[in-house]
Write a new protein. Sequence first.
Lengths: 232, 476
Amino acid sequence: MSARDSILASIRRSLGVTGAEAPRRREVADRIAGHPRGVIPARGQLPVKERLDLFVRMVEGAAGSVARLADLVDVPMEVSAFLRRHNLPMTAQRGADPLLAALPWERAGTLEVSPMGARAQQGHDGLTAVSHAFGAVAETGTLAMASGADNPTSLNFLPDNHIVVVEASDVAGDYETVWQRLREKFGDGVMPRAVNLITGPSRSADIEQTLLLGAHGPRRLHVILVGEAGEP
Amino acid sequence: MTHAATSPRFKENAKAALADPDLQNALKFVEVNFIARRREVADKLPEFDALRDAARDIKDHTLAHLDLYLEAYERKVTAAGGHVHYAVTAHDANRIILGICKALGARTATKGKSMVAEEIGLNDYLEANGVVPIETDLGEYIIQLRHEMPSHIIAPAVHLTKQQVETEFRRVHTHLPAERNLVEPTSLLGEARAVLREKFLAADVGITGANFLVAETGSSIIVTNEGNGDLTQTLPKAHIVIASIEKLVPTLEDASQLLRVLARSATGQEMSVYTTLSTGPRRPDDPDGPSEYHVVILDNGRSSMLGGDFADMLRCIRCGACMNHCPVYHAVGGHAYGWVYPGPMGAVLTPSLIGVDQAGHLPNASTFCGRCEEVCPVRIPLPRMMRSWREREFERHLSPATVRAGLGLWAFFARRPRLYGLATALAARLLALFGRRNGRFRWLPLASGWTRHRDFPAPQGATFQAQWKARDARRR
């Protein structure tokens, strides 16, 4: 008997089932297809304006920083202001994301934002990345990043500084709304290779439980939230 | 090649732990930080207890249908281009993982933190077979340098002070200037970050555990704060997930319920920094990610726990809240338990995995204060199960002769209530007489185990039963 069969047989022996029972099979199939929601905290179930305010508060509570802009065209200036604030080189990397690619980067003077090359894989210190979030969750100030050429996963982890552009209309109250949007985009039960939920910059408390930022991932996480409350 | 358990020597381990000043200093932080932080975030979420009920129910439902969820999960992983391997024993899992490494010609493997990898002794096995494992979680990295087991399931180096970490870094990182300043924890973290960044970029294989496996999508989920697990699974040619069968959950919605209680119970965070869902290998137009994605599903005795006295233990999501709130853990730390899983969850799980003959002391290392059950996010009745282990230990004549004799003596009197009343009244009177002067005893015959560490209070009056009877009479 293969290891697989012997484990399944042992599980079935302990549970006193054969695995062929129709009601059990139906229950499992229904749960997977219906993916019922459980307890959803009231905290994030808010009208748009309050939801965005909560999102900002929670990101800041997790040691991230937030800038709110009315219009996407102002993103390059905010990126350049962030780099200047922290005395960083005026360069950043991004993926092929169409929204990021269409931004008027030339307006930000000396700022140079280039599509990710082999350089990102080198992961040397001082690197800054700009990503576009698939979604966000106000409940805990969490960003949801989907992998792919548009926003490569390694840009979420290798840089010292991570700047993430979030559209106000993509900020949900809860994780469940993000799962639903993923299903709508990729299909039921299908996922991009990686979905990274990110809540604040990297940290460790492994030495005497002293909380320190910048363990292996970015030391700084800066969220640029674009769009006003009330817009779609 | 699992770790040799020192659990049979729990008493000696505990004695040594109590006399270790570094350990006692380090353990102070556990009691203060973890408990206060958990309380704070739990109080901030009115739905927290409802979520704990939901988490318990999700786990129970999944375990009752585990065969079918495993099959569904496997179909999804395969459809996404990944491979599922099954391991009945720890050795099988080690062999499979080594096989994958060898097929890729791997020389080094970075590792995210995984308790299952500790359980199977993966590092020693890989090392002995020519693949160098590199732990990348800061705490795991530190204890790997020291050749130790984790002393806590989410804070593996919680037993060490920063001075001890500094000593270790100076011993191992000899390529760095000897006069560098490592006084502040930030400089220790910075040094580990720089050293490990090179390892991440050079590794051939990345090995992680999984907090959850999602049947709906075939995803493995890991939860970290450092980002080490993500670099581990993103940069190398292959990502290997090692996870035990009870990590299954049906859907993304179910995973969300569990995530809402996990970080709050573990570190007292609203949400851990990185929660990553990985599904299969790199896609055709992906610029990064592993080309191969393997999941090794480990049983190692768990399937036979289903439906038995200890089945509830399979709900455990390894948050560590039980040990954070345990007075015994606070006193002796994790290493005294002598194997991979310490604290109350270890006291229940370890006898299931390595045998009550090896780990019989652990369920006895409890005051039955019940705090572990009070804080458990999936409501595992840990004290009840520790009691079950004690009963089994007694039935199988594994308890020491003195304990058995004592229990026999007590049972003799307990079955004869009048004799019991007489004997206890006599004992109480005698103790009151001899202890009149000090009100306490610094030493008592047959009770030196008690009096060695604290005084025994002298009885102040009649026995409880006599007082109760008198009270009753007054009421009438």
